[in-house]
Design a protein around this ligand. Structure first.
Ligand code: CA
Length: 236
């Protein structure tokens, strides 16, 4: 069955170009112009044909994309790719842990967006479930599994899609669960090859890491902040 993608975009020319690229690539494209319509579409779709992914413009006439995403996350875990026009919006997408899977800045190539959509869908191989509670284990047995030989880390049995520094950061925390590591210690371990690293680089990577962990389990926040001291990982 063809995969449906929901486009939420009030600029018709942009929506049309995305829809065209999607259809050329074998997807079914649905388009709405308002945030409220997007929520309604995701809520009311037949489970068999519910959109597998949402392309979500940040600047919508009725509500902004962040709010749409926040409300969507209350009943649906379909991946979201944001369309954004401004760099301060990118900071919010990366920093505010709002559950986005990727973002594309305008102007963009519809072909590139479709390629990103494919990557996100591949990464989340099990189909998105909507209108049903997300299965989250109440008392997790083992949160993290470090597979050093493969340079990857599993969280709740799912491989995390990490950048190099996110991987090294989480690895450092995983190796000493429950121990508080200061920013300086993390900089030594993770950014040994980048001596001019700033404290806020550590904080920024913790933020992006938290956002990725939250995609797997929105109810869990295993990285603990110790004000003025550093970070620790809750016991694995
Ligand atoms: Ca717009």
């Amino acid at each position: 069955m063809p995969v449906t993608i929901l486009i939420v975009e009030d600029e018709l020319a942009i929506a049309d170009s995305i829809a065209y690229a999607l259809r050329t690539d074998g997807f079914v494209a649905r388009h709405v112009s308002l945030g409220a319509q997007a929520l309604q579409a995701m809520r009311e779709s037949d489970p068999a044909t519910v959109p597998a992914l949402v392309v979500l413009d940040v600047g919508l006439p009725d509500m902004n994309g962040f709010e749409v995403c926040r409300q969507l996350r209350q009943f649906c875990n379909a991946p979201v790719i944001f369309l954004t026009a401004r760099s301060d919006e990118i900071d919010r997408i990366v920093g505010l842990e709002i559950g986005a899977d990727d973002y594309v800045t305008k102007p963009f190539s519809p072909r590139e967006l479709v390629a990103r959509i494919r990557v996100v869908l591949r990464r989340l191989a099990p189909p998105a479930a909507c209108a049903v509670p997300m299965p989250i284990p109440a008392t997790p047995a083992a949160r993290f599994e470090l597979r050093e030989a493969e340079a990857r880390i599993l969280y709740r049995a799912q491989t995390l899609d990490l950048t190099r520094y996110e991987y090294l950061l989480l690895k450092a925390l995983c190796e000493r669960p429950g121990h508080v590591l200061s920013r300086a210690q993390l900089m030594d371990r993770v950014w040994a090859d980048a001596p001019d690293t700033l404290d806020r680089t550590v904080d920024a990577h913790v933020k992006s890491l938290r956002a990725k962990l939250r995609l797997v389990d929105p109810a869990d926040d295993p990285i603990q902040t110790h004000r003025g001291m550093g970070y620790s990982l809750a016991g694995t």
